[in-house]
Design a protein around this ligand. Structure first.
Ligand code: ADP
Ligand code: MG
Length: 338
């Protein structure tokens, strides 16, 4: 059945039925506004917008993965502050020709990401639209001082969690290969990294609790682009050691002649980048173990006048021209290091 037949209120009733009433929610879907327990003095608020054919193509992604990712990208922003996610509201623009079953599958994807992280969907808005549009506003709380982008200083180490480049490489494969490739294990891994990224909530929270990170950001637009935001906010430059950038074995297997291109500049990894004083190294090794997330030192903070430089094994500068996405320029913008 198409959503046009079920209608706005039929859809909302369906959403209400399939959405569990979460912990701390006294009024959920169905009233003019949701009412939730206030559990903290410090509330984190973030919002992310996904628009069909700008952020995703329905021919490449399943509705389940799309729902999952829509929640995950918001969770990643909460993780990057060292926060704990609590509630979300969802504004949905649906083409009238969309199938109710597909919407249901998208909700199942969202529910899965919510269930894994203890988040409750408490309300939203629904409208017809020319193309599928998903806007989520997430509320979290900060149990300790949130970790900002502007606290890094010259001499700090630079770390990243997980591996970089998998998601952008997967996107490139989706654009250029036949679906049969997804049967390979390594391609399956890369596609999962693209469609169902893992927000680093435990890592972000443990770094914040330990007071170990001087600055933190999630890598949504590519390592160099997001590092650029930390550098600008903190008034520093950065030296990155290309050989130390962590990449997966699937990445190594499929990257071909692109080398470190996707790891340096590709977006949507949703890993964390953070800076820390060198005397925290042993503590960070322990935090990586206890949160079960790899944390790799990839460089150091230097003076602002150096800008961002990438060095190869011999200490020579790697010429990089990178590649974050600017929505209004509608092109990759370049960050040169020559
Ligand atoms: P209003 O006219 O006051 O905006 P709506 O009819 O849009 O109310 O929504 C009715 C209820 O359904 C509200 O509680 C709202 O939060 C919830 N709701 C609407 N759309 C969605 C959605 N896509 N997902 C979850 N809850 C929704
Ligand atoms: Mg409404």
């Amino acid at each position: 059945m198409k959503v046009a037949r079920l209608g706005e209120f039929g859809l909302i009733e369906k959403f209400r039925k399939i959405t569990p009433r979460g912990h701390g929610v006294s009024i959920g879907i169905g009233d003019d506004a949701a009412c939730v327990e206030a559990i903290s003095h410090s509330i984190l608020l973030t919002s992310d917008l996904l628009i069909e054919n700008v952020h995703f193509k329905l021919s490449w992604t399943s509705p389940f993965a799309l729902g999952y990712k829509a929640v995950a990208v918001n969770l990643s922003d909460i993780a990057a502050m060292g926060g704990v996610p609590l509630y979300l509201v969802l504004a949905l623009g649906l083409p009238p020709t969309f199938h109710v079953n597909e919407v249901h599958r998208m909700y199942r994807g969202m529910r899965s990401a919510c269930a894994e992280t203890g988040v409750s969907l408490v309300g939203g808005d629904t409208s017809s639209a020319d193309r599928l549009t998903i806007s989520i506003c997430m509320v979290g709380h900060a149990p300790v001082q949130p970790v900002r982008r502007d606290g890094a200083a010259v001499g700090d180490d630079i770390f990243v969690t997980g591996t970089l480049g998998d998601s952008a490489l997967a996107l490139n494969l989706l654009q250029s290969r036949t679906p049969a490739d997804s049967k390979s294990r390594s391609i399956g891994f890369l596609l999962r990294r693209h469609h169902q990224p893992t927000p680093r909530l435990a890592a972000g929270l443990s770094l914040a609790r330990a007071g170990a990170a001087t600055a933190m950001i999630d890598i949504s637009d590519g390592l160099l682009q997001d590092l650029g935001h930390v550098c600008k906010a903190s008034g520093i430059g950065a030296e990155i050691w290309q050989k130390h950038i962590p990449v997966s074995s699937a990445y190594r297997q499929h990257t071909g002649s692109s080398g470190m291109h996707y790891a340096l500049g590709g977006g949507e990894d949703y890993e964390l980048l953070f800076c820390a004083k060198p005397d925290r190294r042993a503590q960070i090794t322990k935090l990586a173990k206890s949160s079960g997330v790899r944390m790799t030192r990839i460089g150091k903070c230097v003076s602002a006048k150096s800008g961002i430089i990438v060095l190869d094994e011999s200490g020579s500068r790697v010429p990089v021209s990178v590649k974050g996405y600017d929505h209004f320029a509608r092109r990759r913008i370049s960050r040169s290091s020559k």
